[in-house]
Design a protein around this ligand. Structure first.
Ligand SMILES: Cc1cc2nc3c(=O)[nH]c(=O)nc-3n(C[C@H](O)[C@H](O)[C@H](O)COP(=O)(O)OP(=O)(O)OC[C@H]3O[C@@H](n4cnc5c(N)ncnc54)[C@H](O)[C@@H]3O)c2cc1C
Length: 266
């Protein structure tokens, strides 16, 4: 027997998250585990706290409540730069439930939305006020027992943000890889390049050699060629039913180039 406990505040839900309880976001993964009998929990804890649904811009950053769904991201004018990312998560039924908070914990090859958050200098706010930079959060997320209340990220200009999902089945296939880049420019030179990939490791990861190859350069054929050559050294991708690690390594530079140069459309 599984008990579902609903709390009006995140604090109360957080306090109830003890023993073999699991937090429920939109439930696309938690309920699937339950339906397949693969669960290792006996209590489901959820919260109806309205702050989980807030979207608030402040300066050059924007905060998204952990309970905001992919469909809500797509409907928000303030998050229009993330609409193509959210649209690439599952089909309509999944997007109506799949939350930003749940995507942070989705295991390989899922986590497409988090790939974009990582490129956009994302950070994670925990119940109780603690904040963790996205990269360190992702490296320590297994066994995590706190409630994530929101994520915060940079609001990029349209010119500076790039997104691409590569899948075998269109329009809602699972990622062979997903790629996001934030390439802010100053005086025609890239300053503070961030490129992240999904499905190239156990969690979304930054392509640090590719970032270094673009730093201080203009965005052109030559700098992109250097970044694409460098990206081969950034990952040791896994084999799975969708693609071998070898294949992922071979095609990563091709898709990075297409994304950055707008080949085949942005
Ligand atoms: C058919 C199908 C297709 C899918 N396609 C994609 C896809 O294309 N791309 C993709 O990225 N994902 C995909 N997914 C995976 C999943 O739907 C998404 O990753 C989604 O964002 C997960 O969010 P959720 O709210 O449903 O998570 P839940 O199932 O509610 O939770 C997942 C995990 O996150 C934890 N969690 C959730 N919210 C919080 C919080 N606020 N604080 C702490 N822990 C939390 C839960 O405890 C649980 O461990 C797919 C899933 C299905 C079933």
């Amino acid at each position: 027997m599984i008990a579902v406990e609903t709390f009006p505040s995140i604090d109360q839900a957080s306090s109830a998250l003890t023993g073999d309880a699991i937090y429920l976001g939109g439930g696309t993964l938690v309920m699937r585990a339950l339906n397949y009998g693969e669960q290792n929990f006996t209590r489901i804890v959820r919260s109806t706290d309205p702050t989980l649904k807030q979207i608030a811009a402040s300066g050059d950053r924007i905060t998204i409540g952990a309970g905001v769904t992919m469909a809500e991201v797509m409907a928000s004018p303030e998050l229009s730069f993330l609409a193509p990312v959210a649209r690439n998560v599952g089909g309509p039924a999944v997007r109506n439930m799949a939350s930003v908070g749940g995507n942070l914990f989705a295991e390989h090859p899922y986590g497409d939305f988090t790939v974009a958050l990582l490129a956009l200098k994302g950070s994670v706010t925990l119940n109780g006020g603690g904040e963790q930079e996205m990269e360190s959060f992702l490296s320590s997320r297994s066994g995590f027992t706190e409630v994530v209340t929101s994520v915060s990220l940079v609001r990029p200009s349209e010119r500076d943000f790039f997104w691409k999902k590569v899948s075998r089945v269109k329009p809602k296939g699972i990622s062979v890889m997903s790629i996001a880049a934030w390439l802010p420019q100053s005086g025609g030179r890239i300053s503070g390049a961030r490129i992240s990939f999904g499905a190239m490791g156990a969690t979304p990861l930054r392509a640090k050699s590719a970032e270094a190859a673009l730093e201080g350069q203009g965005l052109d054929q030559s700098s992109v060629a250097a970044a694409c050559a460098a990206v081969r050294g950034d990952f040791q991708p896994p084999d799975d039913a969708l693609a071998s690690g070898w294949y992922r390594s071979e095609v990563a530079p091709v898709h990075l180039r297409r994304m950055l140069l707008g080949e085949g459309g942005r």
